[in-house]
Design a protein around this ligand. Structure first.
Ligand code: ZN
Length: 168
């Protein structure tokens, strides 16, 4: 396998109706280490054939992005399972079964985040799908940099530097 690169790119993301969902323009470009799972697989697949300066329109199917919508992640929890003192409101988010103090840690990123969809006297309705689950994603990308990963980045399994997703 060839030496992984660290890729930086600008993007605009739209849904199938042409509504803009997100954009990196006006911010730092997104930076990731190839093969580290830092961006959705369908986008990484397309970016790997591009060089610095290349622009491309990329359509990423839901299954290669945030997955298909999963009905099993939509359910109700008895109100009694929440501490009586805890206020639960529509739009609240929590991680199932996780220590809230650990929620910021990388190790917890795989457990789904549930969003409260409705609350009544007896039950709390939740949805554990990613907000973009089931959506095909329409990207306009521009590769702004591509360089070989450093030994330290390879060891850590993520990109470093002022444009990286975290700093040491
Ligand atoms: Zn690191």
């Amino acid at each position: 396998m060839s030496h992984p690169n660290v890729i930086s790119f600008h993007y605009t993301l739209k849904d199938s109706e042409g509504e803009q969902i997100d954009s990196s323009h006006g911010h730092s470009p997104m930076t990731y280490l190839e093969g580290a799972g830092q961006i959705i697989p369908g986008l990484e697949n397309e970016l790997k054939s591009l060089k610095k300066g290349d622009k491309k329109s990329v359509v990423v199917k839901a299954v290669e992005a945030y997955g298909e919508f999963d009905d099993r992640l939509v359910f109700e929890i008895p109100r009694t399972q929440f501490p009586p003192s805890e206020k639960v409101s529509v739009g609240d988010k929590f991680r199932a079964g996780a220590n809230p103090d650990a929620a910021a840690g990388d190790d917890e990123e795989t457990s789904p985040v549930f969003t409260v969809t409705h609350v009544n006297d007896t039950h709390v309705g939740v949805d554990g799908n990613h907000p973009l689950a089931g959506e095909d994603l329409y990207f306009e990308v521009e590769v702004t940099d591509s360089r070989p990963a450093s030994a330290e980045e390879l060891q850590h399994g993520h990109a470093h530097g002022p444009e990286g997703h975290h700093h040491h």
